[in-house]
Design a binder for this molecule. Structure first.
Ligand code: HEM
Length: 338
């Protein structure tokens, strides 16, 4: 991945050149935040930031995260109205990851949950754009980043930080990272924790609703099978970029320093048994287990607790994301073993 110094060298000119019509203050807000994201750094601080996140969103944090997932899911299911049309995207696929990541950071609020999908969409669209970025795109992205920074900053400075933000702030006190690194990486966590997982949940729930009831997952293993299938065939992130730092040859293909590699993560099949959906190496996704746990719990809860679940209209999609999944169910049954 790009080193921190490379962000100025590689990202900023790309952003500026393609956004000639955008205000420079908008572009500066975007560049200032993303060049502190662990995702774009290979310096010592990369390890410090990753180490800080690990106890909360890595395997060690899974038990605590699982009980939070269960509690949030129970609340969300209890809010659904039986017999009325329900959109499983807004009520579950977006709400669960939004509530989980904002609770872990300590900046959960109805406003934050309502705005996160649109903010995340603006940031993803801006980062993924391979065409001329418009001034409106830059302004929306800057506004989204600014609002997320403010929410996290207020929590860090005068609120009650959740365990994930607390861990980043403790790393500021104990080591070489700066306060702004903690804020910027909390923004990254809001975006990375929401965007990917809500996409995954939307896709697994779409498949679940389309399956005949007798074929829907009824055990944790069956739910895991469905989630793994989607992670292989329709992963939320389909492409990664890496920059070559040393001349090398791989499989007869010469690579030169500074070449950009574009890696496809939806290339897993029976001949590539490893799961590519979470990337790899020092930047591999630290939150993948939590995202997977959210999806497995969600599949089981929807399949086993929403009795007589059936589609109430066709699902809609945009940009590879399920955007609406209308269903009806008769009543909410008891929680099965998730
Ligand atoms: C199932 C859902 C998820 C998928 C498919 C996913 C996928 C990815 C991918 C492909 C990357 C880039 C990896 C690389 O460059 O090699 C990534 C990075 C990252 N993800 Fe996830 N992710 C998911 C859930 C989460 C969650 C729930 C969180 C946090 C709560 C999270 C936090 C991050 C962070 C902080 C990075 C940057 C890591 C770094 O550059 O060191 N992700 N994720």
């Amino acid at each position: 991945m790009l080193r921190r110094d490379d962000v100025t060298a590689a990202w900023q000119p790309a952003i500026w050149a393609k956004s000639a019509a955008a205000k420079s203050s908008d572009l500066q807000t975007i560049a200032d935040c993303i060049d502190r994201w662990v995702a774009y750094r290979d310096d010592d601080a990369q390890g410090v930031i990753r180490d800080a996140m690990r106890p909360i969103i890595g395997p060690q944090g899974l038990d605590a995260a699982q009980s939070l997932i269960d509690t949030l899911l129970d609340e969300l299911l209890a809010d659904l109205i039986p017999s009325a049309p329900v959109d499983l995207v807004t009520t579950i696929a977006q709400s669960l990851p939004a509530k989980l990541v904002t609770t872990l950071l300590g900046c959960s609020s109805p406003d934050m949950e309502a705005n996160l999908p649109a903010w995340s969409d603006h940031i993803r669209g801006f980062l993924a754009s391979d065409q001329e970025r418009t001034a409106a795109q830059a302004a929306n992205t800057a506004q989204a980043i600014h609002a997320m920074q403010e929410a996290v900053r207020t929590t860090a400075e005068s609120g009650v930080p959740g365990p994930l933000l607390r861990a980043l702030l403790d790393a500021v006190d104990a080591s070489t990272i700066e306060h702004e690194d903690a804020i910027a990486n909390a923004v990254l966590l809001l975006f990375a924790g929401f965007e990917t997982t809500s996409r995954l949940l939307g896709r697994v729930l779409q498949i679940l609703v389309a399956l005949p009831p007798a074929h829907r997952p009824a055990t944790p293993d069956q739910a895991q099978y469905l989630v793994d299938f989607v992670l292989r065939k329709r992963p939320p992130v389909t492409q990664l970029a890496r920059r070559v730092h040393l001349d090398t040859d791989r499989c007869g293909c010469p690579m030169r320093t500074n070449d950009m590699l574009h890696l496809r993560l939806d290339a897993s099949d029976s001949t590539t048994p490893e799961l590519l959906a979470f990337g790899g190496g020092r930047h591999a996704c630290p939150g993948g287990r939590i995202g997977t746990a959210e999806a497995v719990s969600c599949v089981l809860a929807v399949a086993t607790q929403l009795e007589d679940l059936h589609a109430a209209g066709p699902p809609t999609e945009s940009g590879g994301r399920v955007t609406a999944l209308p269903v009806r169910f008769r009543r909410l049954g008891p929680r099965s073993a998730r």
